[in-house]
Design a protein around this ligand. Sequence first.
Ligand SMILES: N[C@@H](CCC(=O)N[C@@H](CS)C(=O)NCC(=O)O)C(=O)O
Length: 208
Amino acid sequence: MSQDYKLYGRPGSGSFAVQAALEEIGVPYQRVWIGREPAEVARYRTLNPAGRVPALGLPDGTVMFESAAILIHLALAHPDAKLGPRPGTRQHAQFLQWMVFLSANVYEAALRTYYADRYSTLGAAGAEPIRQRAAAEFGEHLDLIERQLDPYVLGDEFSAADLYLNMLGSWYPGERADRDARLPRLAALDQLLTARPSISKVTADHAE
Ligand SMILES: N[C@@H](CCC(=O)N[C@@H](CS)C(=O)NCC(=O)O)C(=O)O
C-alpha cells in the first residue's frame, strides 16, 4: 500500500537538504524529529541501523539512509521536479560526481569537525588537533567546488546538488562573513536558494 514519504531528521542536521528536495517535488511527507535520548535512538536503529539522520521512509514502507543516496533517489523518482539531469547524460555523470564528492568529502569533514572526539582514541582530550585539521579540510573541499559554481553546481542547471551544497556550506566552522569573503560564489548560490520557497519553508521549520 502506498503511503506518504516519512523523513526522519533533526533540526540543523542533514535532513535539511532532503526536506528541501521533498518541498521542491511538492509531494506530501511526514517529518519526524528523532530525539537524542538513548532509548529513542535505539528505537530509531530498528528503522535505520546506522542510527544517523537523515533517513527516508519510501511510499512502500522501505526505509533508506545516506543523504546523497536519498537525494539522488528523489531526483530519479520525480523527474518532473528537475532535481537532476537525465540519467545517462554527461550532465548526469557530473551530478553523480558532485553528489558523491559532497557526501564523501565535505559532509565527512564536517562530521570530523563537529564530532572530533569520536576520531581520537583519547576522546575529548585528543579532539582539538583533529577538529582543526578537519575544519581546514572542510574549507579546502569547499574551495574546490567553489571554482565550479556558475551559478549552480551544474552551471545554469539547478539540481539537488545545490540543495546539498547549500546545507553543507551552512556548516562552515567559522564566521559567515569570513566564509562569504573566501567563497563568494557559494554566497551568491545561497542568495539564489534563499529565494526558493522550499528553502525558506525548511529554514523556518528547522528554526522552530
Ligand atoms: N553519511 C551520512 C552521515 C549522517 C550523519 O552523520 N548525520 C549526523 C547529523 S548531520 C548524525 O546523525 N549525527 C548523530 C550521531 O552521529 O550521533 C549521511 O550522509 O546521511
